[in-house]
Design a protein around this ligand. Sequence first.
Ligand code: ADP
Ligand code: MG
Length: 300
Amino acid sequence: MKKIILEIQNLTKYYGKIKGVENLSLTLEEGEIFGFIGPNGSGKSTTIRSVMNLINKTSGKVLIENKEFNKDDIEIKEKIGYLPSEINLYDDLTVKEMLDYHESFYKKDIHKKRIELVKKLELDEKKKIEDLSLGNLKKLGIILALVHEPKILILDEPTSGLDPIMQNVFYNILKEEKLKGNTIFYSTHILNEVSKICDRVGIIKDGHLIKIEKVEDLSKKGLTFVTITSEEVKEIVKDLRIDIIFEEGNTIKFGNVLPHDELIKKLSKHKIDRILIEEATLEDVFLHYYEGDQGCLKEK
Ligand code: ADP
Ligand code: MG
């Protein structure tokens, strides 16, 4: 059993009558990259701001290394690197001035790490913050979150605004952090980020955490799409009790969660002209969760 680094217990946050998140619990193990995925407005930032004590929780608890985290705990704060989804900094300063100022807060020497990150992310220190593009502002935010070499990274939509090349540079930085044993909580609404770098993923929908799964298990969910052409389609639909996704003449396509040997046993009773079995993509699996009962891929 790995060490638990972050634990959210029954977190609920209402903004007046508006639900932010409800009864959300999850734990992060040391050294993992946990993807927190959900569409806009699903409650990702609310969860993260609650963890960071930037907003008051309606109820629930947040533990960092088994200790309740409150605002004034400097010792825990130094262990965390936080990247907010919207970065607000003193516009008048240059990047260099901002980073110098930031460095002055730390007793330990973080200068070397700063140079390394500025170089990797190709950020121009001479630029004024107010003149930075969204992507460059994001880079500065990333540097501010990582420069003190925290054990825990809490990143709220870190790649929005970064171009694809920089996204890859950033993924590599995160992989290095993981190799050092650091733990990363990574919120995103972009699906393929999850499959690229995360170990586990929590799916949040409308303020509720609806699923936690290892990324490798998600893609191995056994979900396939089957397309069949047969004179007996009607009988097949009845026999297999399937929900049709697509239908044209004697051809049907359906989502299948049966093991293949079972599927073939059932189909062997029928005359089949053509069959195509396709593996579902990660995207299909996610849609399956988001669409819930309306989805055509109900869990059987
Ligand atoms: P996400 O980060 O996943 O896009 P948020 O946590 O920002 O989602 O939002 C979750 C829900 O809480 C949304 O319905 C949003 O409108 C609402 N919400 C977020 N912040 C506030 C706020 N400051 N005041 C009122 N409602 C808010
Ligand atoms: Mg957000």
